[in-house]
Unconditional design. Structure first.
Length: 428
């Protein structure tokens, strides 16, 4: 009989408890599917006396995750604490140095330190698996590294933060503003301890860095991502985008261009009737485009106990079967240092301006856009009872650099009130 695969789990929050439940509930099923038993030997968390709703008395307890990572009686170190540095990083390094494989849900750790950890794993002859770090229960890492390995990937994009998608879709369906829904998410426990990780786009950008690395064979480069959150989106933007056939999503996009590797995490408009446009609530969606497969769309729950624990266990089962794949799908020393794209590919943009009620104001706006080389596809001016009228413009394809020239001019002119809003329209 093949020896059991022995796990040590660091971090017993929502996901860690979910992993314990799956191992207990599906012990026979896991053994049938992998050919060996999967057992939890030891665990680690800050408070051993906390009631977590699951019996942990069968497992050895380590107060120090590094001590857990070094135990001789575990084969796989499961890191579910989070954080890009501190105990998470130190314990993963200790596990690799002690000859353990690592399964983690820690996107920040790998987005920042993934290259050095991947190199350490390969020197030690071990692997790091991280399906749970990106898009919860969606098997996106496995799809890129295995199912689509025969493709040259041309673009990866998606909605990768359920909290932001929840806010944006509730703004539309419930007619509530951003601030009210932010408070609702805080009450429901949907926000990270630092809310800016969610609404500022940072959490999703960590995930995009990992997907881009696998898709394009590059070293993870979180600093090369253009990041913009959803804080500026108003209910008027939601309504007016819908009126023009679009919905607003916090969208991550990575694609290789002649200008370099383009990586963006920012609010974008997508067509109402597209898969991304139809995505509701806290659900995630990732779209992969390849030269052979054309387009694949994966949709599912992006967070939560069950979905994320499911992803962890998918990695554990692969290790039980003896599957060894380099961290980012190819040897770490073969990953390229990609030059970030200085200017993104041209695209149409949505502009919202507050136009003062002055003669010739609209003509002045059109002239500023024309001087910057930005042409107008369509424009709408809404009825108003005040001195400022909302004006919406959809441009033809242009570069962000050209648009920024016009935006700077708008801020200097005497016919535009407040700060203009500019959102890219992504072709899906």
């Amino acid at each position: 009989m093949t020896q059991a695969l022995r796990l040590g789990i660091a971090g017993l929050g929502t996901v860690g408890v979910g992993v314990v439940k799956i191992v207990r509930r599906h012990a026979g099923l896991l053994k049938t599917r992998t050919g060996r038993s999967i057992e939890i030997v030891a665990v680690s968390a800050r408070d051993p006396n906390k009631d977590r709703g699951v019996n942990l008395s069968d497992y050895a307890w380590e107060t120090d995750p590094i001590a857990l990572a070094k135990r001789d009686d575990i084969d796989v170190y499961v890191e579910l604490m989070g954080g890009e540095n501190g105990p998470a990083k130190a314990s993963v390094e200790a596990a690799l140095a002690s000859g353990k494989d690592v399964v983690t849900a820690n996107k920040a750790l790998l987005a920042i330190h993934g290259q050095e950890l991947a190199e350490q794993a390969e020197v030690a002859g071990r692997v790091i698996r991280f399906e749970a770090a990106v898009a919860g229960g969606i098997p996106i890492i496995k799809s890129l590294t295995e199912g689509l390995a025969g493709n040259e990937i041309t673009r990866v994009m998606g909605v990768m933060n359920g909290t932001c998608n929840y806010i944006l879709t509730r703004m539309q369906s419930q007619r509530q503003g951003y601030n009210a829904l932010f408070d609702e998410c805080a009450e429901l426990g949907y926000l990270e301890a630092d809310p800016n990780l969610d609404v500022g786009g940072i959490d999703a950008a960590h995930k995009l860095a990992l997907l881009a690395s696998i898709a394009f064979g590059t070293k993870p480069n979180f600093d090369g991502i253009e990041i913009e959150g959803i804080q500026q989106i108003s209910l008027d933007d939601i309504d007016q985008a819908e009126d023009m056939g679009f919905r607003i999503k916090l969208l991550g996009v990575a694609q290789r261009t002649a200008r370099g590797l383009e990586q963006r995490m920012q609010p974008c408009l997508v067509p109402n009737d597209s898969p991304l446009g139809q995505l509701e609530g806290g659900t995630n969606m990732v779209v992969i485009e390849g030269d052979a497969v054309e387009q694949v769309v994966l949709r599912g729950p992006g967070a939560g106990e069950g979905p994320t624990a499911s992803a962890v266990m998918g990695d554990v089962c692969d290790l039980a079967r003896g599957l060894q794949i380099p961290t980012f799908g190819r040897p770490a020393n073969s990953l390229e240092t990609a030059a970030p794209a200085v200017t993104g590919l041209p695209a149409p943009y949505y502009l919202r301006l507050g136009l003062l009620d002055k003669p010739g104001a609209l003509a002045k706006v059109a002239a500023i856009l024309g001087d910057a080389g930005v042409s107008i596809d369509r424009m709408r001016q809404y009825a108003h009872a005040e001195s400022t009228a909302p004006v919406l413009i959809v441009t033809h394809k242009t570069t962000r650099a050209a648009l920024d020239v016009a935006l700077d001019r708008f801020r200097e002119t005497d016919v535009v009130a407040g700060d203009p809003v500019a959102l890219r329209i992504e072709e899906v």
